[in-house]
Design a protein around this ligand. Structure first.
Ligand code: AMP
Length: 420
C-alpha cells in the first residue's frame, strides 16, 4: 500500500523550509520591534470555544471545522484560527491579574475543512498578533502599522488598507435590522447559504462569494451609517492616526470579516499590484470576546495572515531566499583511516560552531568533490592515507580555488575556515 498525506495537508519539503524560516524570522523580528511576545496555544481546543467565540453562523464554524470526539466522547476541534485560543489562554491563566495589557503574537498551523485548491489547504499556517487590554484607537493603528511594516520589510509594495467599522453590539442590532429590511425583497433570489444567513445573521451575507448574490449585495447599506457617537469617534481617531502615519486606506462599507467576534474597526491589508482582490491579512477589534469567554470586560485588537499566501506572493516576486546557505567545510575522505580522522575532526569542529559534513557512502574522490559543490561547501579538505600520516592536509577555498596547508587539528582548521 502506498501512503499519501491526508487530502489538503501537505509536506513543506526541505527545498521550501529556508523560505519559511526566513519569513518566520522576519515576523518574529518585527513583532519584537513592536514589543509583542510570542504565545503558543495548543492546536486542539474544546469545540465550544470556537462555536461560541467565532460564532455558530460563520462559515468557519458552520462548514469548515475539523471536529471529532476524543476517547471519552468530548467534542474537540483542531483550531481554525488562533484568536479564540489566545483569548482563552489570557482568561485561563488570569493574565489580567498581573498585567491586563498583553501584546502577543503567534505563528502556527490552523485547520479548516475546505475544498483544497491553489493557496487553500486544510492544514495551513497563520501568523498574527493580539493586543488585549486597551481601547485606544492608537492601538488599532499600532496593529495595522505592524502588519504594514512587516509586509514592507519583506519587499511587498503597493500596500493599501481596506477599512471599515462595524460598531458595537448595539449598533449592530440596528445595522442588522437595516440589512434585513434591504434584503427582504431580494433574499428569495439569493443562494441557499444566504437564505440561512438571513435568518441567523444577515451580516454574514456580505461575505458571500457566490456570483448570483453579488448584484444584490452591491447596494446594501454600509455599517458606518449605523455607528453610535462613541464608535464614530473611535473610527475618526483611527483614520486620524492612519493619516498622520501616511498609511493609505480606502473605506469599504461592506467589509465585515467572516468571524462574529469583531467590533468597531475591521481591516484587510491588500497589495494593489497583486491583481486579485485577495487580502494579505485581515483583522480588527474584538472588544466583547474576553468577557464572552469568561474573563472581565476587556477590549482587544489583532490581525491574522496566511503564511502560504504570503509565501506565494513573495515567491512570485522573487523575494525569497532560494535555499540554505550551505556548509563551511566538507571533509573528503579516502580510506578507513582517513574516515576515522574525519569523524573526530567533524565532531570537534561542529562543537566549535563550524558547519561540517563528510562522506558516508565510501564514494570516489570525484563524486565527493561534486557532492561538496552541490551542498555549497565553502571549503574542502581532502584527507587520504598520506595526510593521516603527516598530520597535515590542503584546505581548498571553493570559490577562489586557493589552497593552503593546515595541520589536521580542529583549532587550526576552525581558524582558517572562519578567517576565509
Ligand atoms: P481569516 O482567518 O479567514 O480571516 O484568514 C486569514 C488569512 O488566513 C488569510 O490571509 C488567508 O489567506 C489565510 N487562510 C484562511 N483559510 C485558509 C486556507 N484554507 N488555506 C490557506 N490559507 C488560508
Amino acid at each position: 500500500m502506498a501512503y499519501e498525506s491526508v487530502r489538503g495537508m501537505r509536506d513543506i519539503l526541505p527545498e521550501e523550509t529556508p523560505a519559511w524560516n526566513a519569513v518566520e524570522a522576519r515576523i518574529r523580528e518585527i513583532a519584537r520591534a513592536f514589543n509583542y511576545r510570542e504565545i503558543r496555544p495548543p492546536v486542539v481546543e474544546h469545540t465550544e470555544l470556537f462555536s461560541r467565540g467565532i460564532g455558530e453562523a460563520t462559515d468557519v464554524v458552520n462548514k469548515e471545522m475539523y471536529t471529532f470526539p476524543d476517547k471519552k466522547g468530548r467534542s474537540l476541534t483542531l483550531r481554525p484560527e488562533a484568536t479564540a485560543s489566545v483569548v482563552r489562554a489570557y482568561v485561563e491563566h488570569g493574565l489580567f491579574n498581573t498585567e491586563p495589557f498583553q501584546k502577543l503574537y503567534y505563528i502556527g498551523p490552523m485547520f479548516r475543512y475546505e475544498k483544497p485548491q491553489k493557496g487553500r489547504s486544510r492544514q495551513f499556517h497563520q501568523y498574527g498578533v493580539e493586543a488585549i487590554g486597551a481601547l485606544d484607537p492608537a492601538l488599532d493603528v499600532e496593529v495595522i502599522d505592524l502588519a504594514w511594516t512587516l509586509m514592507e520589510s519583506l519587499g511587498i509594495k503597493g500596500l493599501s488598507l481596506r477599512l471599515n467599522s462595524i460598531g458595537c453590539p448595539e449598533d449592530r442590532v440596528r445595522y442588522r435590522e437595516a440589512l434585513r429590511e434591504y434584503f427582504a425583497p431580494r433574499i428569495g433570489k439569493m443562494c441557499p447559504d444566504c437564505q440561512r444567513r438571513y435568518e441567523e445573521n444577515p451580516l454574514r451575507i456580505l461575505d458571500c462569494k457566490n456570483e448570483i448574490c453579488q448584484p444584490h449585495i452591491q447596494g446594501a447599506p454600509g455599517s458606518v451609517d449605523y455607528l453610535c457617537d462613541e464608535c464614530r469617534d473611535h473610527f475618526e481617531k483611527v483614520k486620524g492616526y492612519l493619516d498622520q502615519l501616511s498609511l493609505s486606506y480606502r473605506i469599504d462599507p461592506k467589509l465585515v470579516r467572516g468571524l462574529d467576534y469583531y467590533t468597531r474597526t475591521v481591516f484587510e491589508l491588500v497589495s494593489v499590484d497583486l491583481g486579485a482582490q485577495d487580502a494579505l491579512l485581515g483583522g480588527g477589534r474584538y472588544d466583547g470576546l474576553v468577557e464572552q469567554l469568561g474573563g472581565p470586560a476587556t477590549p482587544g485588537v489583532g490581525f491574522a495572515g496566511g503564511m502560504e499566501r504570503l509565501i506565494l506572493v513573495l515567491r512570485a516576486r522573487g523575494l525569497l531566499p532560494e535555499s540554505d546557505s550551505g556548509v563551511d567545510l566538507f571533509l573528503v575522505t579516502l580510506g578507513d583511516e582517513a574516515m576515522s580522522a574525519a569523524v573526530e575532526l567533524a565532531h570537534a569542529l561542529r562543537r566549535r560552531g563550524i558547519k561540517v559534513d563528510l562522506d558516508y557512502r565510501g564514494r570516489a574522490l570525484r563524486k565527493q568533490m561534486k557532492y561538496a559543490d552541490q551542498i555549497k561547501a565553502q571549503h574542502v579538505l581532502v584527507i587520504g592515507e598520506n595526510e593521516v600520516k603527516t598530520g597535515t592536509a590542503r584546505l581548498k577555498e571553493m570559490t577562489t580555488g586557493e589552497e593552503t596547508g593546515v595541520a589536521l587539528k580542529p583549532e587550526e582548521i576552525a581558524a582558517k575556515v572562519k578567517g576565509g
